[in-house]
Design a protein around this ligand. Structure first.
Ligand code: FES
Length: 288
């Protein structure tokens, strides 16, 4: 019996190590699927995927380095064709029941690891499906602004129409969601008689509210030009006319600032009656 007819004592631990590595890969892939299904967490998803790939890589490395024949073979240049006897022996070595590439259990574990990884990779496809309301296809088009949500300042205090100052803008957020990047808005007091286009979100006692995010690339439209009732984005100088539906009149922005529909609640505070009239922020939303 030759050394390849049966695994020697040094090969058995190597088989166990490779199988264990594939098993770790299965756990990593399952962990990725579980984290994703539970709502997702970027660092954990990356970590579990790294474990899945590392398990397969390590298992294949051990398999190749310690179980497959290595080095020390010499072949004469002539003739180039293998002799029939050599071909038969090679085929037997690779396909026989004791072949190192058909080591019992390893192929099963490798197939399991690759299958688990492939299955886990299908989970993110859910993000592209239209019924998933927390994933990008919806999350990028909606914000926490909704009917009955109060407008609050940065410190969380609610806002009455009379709190909106003359001559400047007041930055507002939806109550309970001040940390979201897509929610900032500004309230400004204007003379309704000057509107050439009604504000898309309506007005309450001359107070109108629009998204604070420039529709070009998302910078805050932080500069208010009181005399002309325009707001200017400092990033690339897009200018929006608040008397004409907040449409852009200069600069690269091509879309009006979304309006926020508002009213007052029973306590006299400003509340939204729905989400922005259009997705806030960068203008790619209007591309077809
Ligand atoms: S981000 Fe406002 S003009 Fe470019």
């Amino acid at each position: 019996m030759t050394g390849r007819d049966a695994p020697d004592r040094r090969e058995r631990p190597a088989s166990a190590i490779a199988a264990a590595a594939f098993g770790v890969s299965v756990l990593g892939a399952a962990g990725f699927a579980a984290v994703y299904a539970a709502g997702g967490q970027t660092q954990l998803e990356g970590l579990t995927l790294a474990v899945a790939f590392a398990g397969i890589a390590f298992g294949l490395s051990v398999w190749a380095r310690r179980l497959l024949p290595t080095g020390g073979y010499v072949e004469e240049h002539e003739p180039f064709d293998s002799r029939p006897t050599d071909l038969r022996l090679a085929a037997e070595a690779l396909t026989g029941p004791e072949s190192p590439v058909r080591r019992r259990g390893l192929l099963t574990m490798l197939a399991l690891a690759l299958g688990a990884l492939g299955g886990a990779a299908l989970f993110p496809l859910r993000s592209l499906l239209p019924f998933d309301r927390v994933r990008p296809v919806h999350a990028l088009r909606t914000t926490p602004w909704a009917a009955g949500v109060r407008l609050v300042r940065a410190d969380g205090t609610p806002v009455r129409p009379a709190d909106v100052p003359d001559g400047s803008v007041l930055t507002v957020f939806p109550e309970g969601h001040r940390d979201r990047g897509d929610v900032p808005a500004f309230a400004v007091r204007l003379d309704p008689a000057r509107f050439t286009v009604p504000p898309s979100g309506g007005e309450v006692a001359g107070v109108v509210v629009h998204s604070l995010l420039c529709t070009h690339a998302g910078c805050p439209v932080a500069l208010y030009l009181q005399g002309t009732a325009r707001v200017l984005c400092p990033c690339h100088q897009s200018t929006f006319d608040l008397l004409a539906g907040a449409r852009p009149i200069a600069g690269p922005a091509s879309r009006a600032l979304p309006g926020l529909p508002i009213t007052v609640d029973a306590d006299g505070y400003l509340v939204a009656t729905g989400d922005f009239t259009a997705p806030p922020g960068a203008g790619f939303w209007s591309l077809k």
